[in-house]
Design a protein around this ligand. Sequence first.
Ligand code: BG6
Length: 474
Amino acid sequence: MKFRNDFLWGGATAANQCEGGYNEGGRGLANVDLCPTGKDRSAVITGKLKMYNFDDDHFYPAKVAIDMYHNFKEDIKLFAEMGFKVYRMSIAWSRIFPMGDEETPNEKGLKFYEDIFEECHKYGIEPLVTITHFDCPMHLIEKYGGWRNRKMIGFYENLCNVIFKRYKGLVKYWLTFNEINMILHAPFMGAGICFEEGENEEKVKYQAAHHELVASAIATKIAHEVDEKNKVGCMFAAGSVYPYSCNPNDVWEATKVDRESYFFVDVQARGKYPNYALKEMERKGITPTMEERDKELLEKYPVDFIAFSYYNSRCVRTDNNDDLAEGNLFASAKNPYLEFSEWGWPIDPLGLRITLNHVYDRYQKPLFIVENGLGAKDIPDENGNINDDYRINYLREHIKAMRDAVVLDGVDLMGYTSWGPIDLVSAGSGEMEKRYGFIYVDRDNKGNGTLKRSKKKSFYWYKKVIASNGEDLN
Ligand code: BG6
């Protein structure tokens, strides 16, 4: 009942949710800086409300986040103490290219990440780098309209050229786009897209998706050319979709909703647009404009591995019942067999085994779980300790399910990075008090607090899990 010896245990963060320092070191403004907390967040991240500048009526949590910009040494030291083998993090594009379309990168930004990677290696931690985790320089949005514009491919290519060369020998695991399928659900946060009155939003989203898919293939090509040791993965928000009943209508609906996410991985892993997507796009009149060389690029440069986030399974029904459950960025039918987190997300450990099997059956490539965890409110006890047994229970059950998929089903899994090993800003709600960490950060939803780090009970538990290579889950 064992994981392989080189199994990569660790944790995952994203620049915009932890770094802060939004205007330091020559960094340019990015879409993710402008997503406020509160009632307007949803309209902003979905591209319905244009927010291209800060205003006094909103609080923007990414400006400071947990200030990892100034604390990364202390934070990586804590990750090392837990025994991390890998640390998944992302690069803020606008630190390297503040505007996005410059020729020359910002040396201070490059150096910042170089220092982080060196710090990781000091402890034998392998960095796993997401090239873009939802972020896009604002200049590229204002001047070019974000990923709806084909020119974005070239700007992304420049970024890849620079970082692959500069970090050769320091980084060998790369992810091209975080949760690439989120372009469908949060197009401003995911791809810098705001919609104009009356335009066909679906058409815009799939055109932008096409640009990202081509950019991802180009990234894989360059990564391999620069260093044959580089391994490049795609990354999508996973979670198998269950039919609410065995009514064939429910089953067919579940297949269709599953395909909305698999579409991206079908292209990135198999190297071409699947027939079902081509047919549907044609029917709806939303087939993206493609260039001659795109087909060849997609075919020649598929990803080496498939990474995904898993928080919950999803469920669909066709009987017009609108009893919905929340979930990672979008809601689906409420599954009566499951329990739910404080934020209403279903908790379904077996769903992780099911998802791992579905994805592996479909692609037959190595998989990597790069996000999984429980967002919860943590209340310190009278001694200031956080006994987060609820988090330990959640993770224990998910790790067990993952172990079953590996050991009993033979799924080829490279590693597991839990989401937010240190408390950070929530992507969906912008809250700080939706915590995932093993490490508590003293900061609240309004930006109050000392930013002091302290270890939760789960810190010691995860340390044991890693030390025993997943055998000791008690
Ligand atoms: C994924 C993202 O959507 O889920 C992360 O890749 C995000 O950036 C995570 O933080 C958890 O979602 P939330 O909304 O609880 O932060």
